[in-house]
Design a protein. Structure first.
Lengths: 284, 224
């Protein structure tokens, strides 16, 4: 009976304070969508950043006149360098295929021969991404016999390295501010929704309802608002993600787990917000 | 049953009640008179422990304001019915639901709720309007509904804070007749009022709250 009554009261709250609850839902949805949008942008930027920065890739061009066994020896020598994770041999033929795949041009038809030299694609271990550390590896590879040239996005890495800390600070600051604003907005709208029914709380206290019994329907209602707001925000982000992916960024990722996390944040904020707000009236 | 020992209360640093002592015995009917702001409502709040004295002690049915724990207060309030001048009914529920609400929020079984709500609505003469919303009722009927809600837990005392303040004289007399009948069945009544005509019509022990003190009072004849 008690649980049924509490659940019924929680659902009935939606019907009884329709305007306040609608405003609360809209605010929760928009706040969570804003928070989610920031998280998605930050996550996708961080992914792209990691692709460039966290695992550095070097292209090592070598003398085309080397024999098969020389390539094997060179590969072993490169892989013996401590910071190197792997070295993959790319034959001129394979390089040509990649070029044609990326640029869609038939090089041989234009130049009548394949101009691309053999190379090794060298992947550094994670953590070896500071410009000085990369330079040290590059110098060691260049010192090896038969290596012609080592190419990597040096300028981009120097730029990222320079602004890495600043970027993290800005992202954390912005993220914290957006989270704080969203939380305050959600708490405030829930408080207003509860305020609109303070007479119910007053009467419940007057007729001898325990604090837990008074709180329960409001907390349930807060959880429900957080859940619905979270689901709507997740739906909005999913749709927006789909649209952006289709129109501009095919590589954009909107992971399901992330959207589920957003719903969980909504539920948590709804629960805490209503707990604090109704508690305030009980302590008044 | 209700005893106040040397109770002093300040609200916002303003002394409202000063060193008052009082006793209300089982089944008694007591009027509380005094000017607006004299401390009548404060005295009632002390009894249902919505307010605690700065000095002194309030005893209500073995609960002491000095020792009662917060979680015990709801159980005290189930034994004390309260009605107000503005009825304090929930406007989005029927009369029946308003009355039943008082039992639902203390976790009573469904069958008990229905039986007791119907019984108390019959007692206050409102059973035929049990499915109406409060705004469809007259002032007197709304006060009857509020009284029914206060009575449904079978309290030992009914605190009525100016229950006829918003009602016309005829309806006020009817409400007081209802309170009298409730009192005859054993429930004590403490009623704050400015309506001295009613006190003369239904005479009972009368207390005057004035200048922070409580004395035995009498309804003045200058007002009706």
């Amino acid at each position: 009976m008690k649980l049924l009554f509490l659940l019924k009261e929680g659902f009935a709250g939606f019907r009884r304070a329709r305007l306040a609850v609608t405003i609360a839902l809209a605010t929760i949805t928009l706040s969570l969508a804003l928070l989610g949008l920031f998280g998605l942008v930050a996550q996708n930027l961080s992914d792209s950043f990691q692709r460039v920065f966290y695992q550095i890739r070097l292209e090592v061009f070598v003398d085309p006149s080397l024999s098969e066994s020389d390539f094997q020896t060179l590969k072993s020598e490169i892989e013996r360098i401590e910071a190197v994770q792997s070295a993959e041999y790319i034959s001129p033929g394979a390089a040509l295929q990649e070029f044609e795949k990326d640029f869609g041009k038939d090089l041989v038809a234009v130049l009548e021969s394949n101009p691309l030299p053999p190379s090794f694609r060298v992947l550094l271990k994670t953590g070896h991404s500071r410009p000085e550390a990369i330079q040290a590896v590059v110098r060691r590879i260049e010192a090896l016999k038969a290596v012609d040239e080592v190419v990597y996005p040096e300028n981009l890495i120097r730029l990222l390295d320079k602004y890495f800390l600043l970027g993290i600070l800005i992202a954390v600051g912005l993220g914290t501010a957006i989270f704080a604003i969203s939380t305050l907005l959600i708490f405030n709208t829930i408080r207003l929704a509860i305020h609109s029914r303070q007479r119910v709380i007053e009467i419940m206290r007057l007729v001898g309802a325990t604090d837990a019994f008074i709180k329960a329907p409001f907390i349930f209602e807060g959880i429900l608002q957080g859940l619905i707001g979270g689901l709507l925000a997740a739906g909005l982000l999913w749709l927006a993600g789909d649209l952006v992916r289709y129109l501009f960024l095919p590589g954009l990722s909107v992971p399901w787990l992330y959207l589920a996390g957003l719903v969980a944040v909504g539920v948590l904020l709804g629960c805490i917000g209503s707990y604090l707000s109704v508690g305030k009236y009980l302590n008044a | 049953m209700i005893e106040l020992f040397n109770v002093s209360v300040k609200i916002d640093n303003r002394p409202v009640l000063n060193d008052i002592s009082l006793q209300i015995t089982k089944g008694e009917f007591v009027y509380l008179i005094g000017k607006t702001g004299a401390g009548k409502t404060t005295l009632m709040r002390l009894i249902y422990m919505d307010l605690f004295p700065g000095k002194g002690n309030v005893i209500v049915d073995r609960h002491s304001s000095s020792t009662i724990r917060r979680k015990e207060i709801p159980f005290l309030r189930r034994k004390v019915g309260v009605v107000f001048q503005d009825f304090k009914l929930l406007p989005d529920r029927t009369v029946f639901d308003n009355v039943a609400f008082a039992l639902q929020v203390i976790g009573s079984p469904k069958r008990t709720i229905r039986a007791r709500a119907l019984s108390v609505l019959t007692r206050v003469g409102l059973n035929h309007k049990r499915y109406q919303m409060p705004h469809h009722l007259s002032g007197g009927e709304q006060q009857r509904a509020a009284i029914a809600r206060a009575l449904v837990n079978e309290p030992f005392i009914l605190l009525a804070d100016e229950p006829t303040g918003n009602l016309d004289p005829q309806v006020s007399t009817e409400i007081l007749a209802l309170l009298e009948s409730i009192n005859r069945s054993g429930t004590a009544v403490l009623m704050a009022t400015h309506n001295y005509g009613l006190i003369r019509q239904f005479p009972h022990r009368t207390l005057l709250v004035e200048n922070g003190k409580i004395t035995a009072g009498e309804a003045p004849y200058s007002k009706t």
